[in-house]
Ligand binder design. Sequence first.
Ligand code: SF4
Length: 267
Amino acid sequence: MPNRSFSYSRLQAFKHCPAQYRFRYIDHLTPTGRSIESFLGICQHQVLQWLYGERYFGHEVLFDQVLERYRAIWSDGWDQGIRIARTTWSTDDYYQLGLRSLAGFYRQYAPFEEPVAGTEESLTFDLSDDGQYPMRAIMDRLDHHGGGHWSIHDYKTGRRVLTPVQAQRDLQMKVYYQALLASREQVEQVDVVWHFLRHGLEVRLNRVGWNSKRIIGMLRKRIDQIREAEKRPETLDPHESVLCNWCYYWDHCLAKKGQAHPAREAG
Ligand code: SF4
């Protein structure tokens, strides 16, 4: 039975490769591995969640503690299924990248006095009045500056940095924006902030005035398309791209079955 609720990741999975969408969201198959980039991203998110949790309880956070937490999260979370698809990078290169990214964040934002209302804030909402379009959004961080002034924060661990035009068009943030409007009583001003951790960069849009009706219409249209396609799972075809190297459903994919996956075991 497919999960009824939709998320930004689920919408994107369908857009990138319908076959992968099927394996993950309909057939619930277990992938044969996971990428080290995804593992690194999870570690960094967990460190920042811990950091703001400490600050919430009034504890000072020293940089050495951040490093120690990162080391512990990395080693506790490590498993044999982690793979490296980029041939020239070692496991330690990734570890060091995470460390440098967190050091940059620490330098930029210490002593972390942001008015944090929640981290890994999970919001459920519906795009209709009758419960037909359930959605779920998990925000990396939500700050409340008082008087209905909110800021939504998203930590990005990849290479790509959004241009201002791309930021204005970003669907993921629009899903979060919609989730906030639907779940909080007082919303007077919303700022959205992306933190590009490996670059130490912040991209921010203040006072976004996105058209809620248009966002809902766009999301419902995409959900309708997916539901239509789900009725005929055999039409959910593979869409090969460079992203196949980071996909671990090759054993099930008609386009890749029988071929050797280019990623290697991370040591
Ligand atoms: S290997 Fe490529 S084409 Fe096949 S399911 Fe994964 S992303 Fe899609």
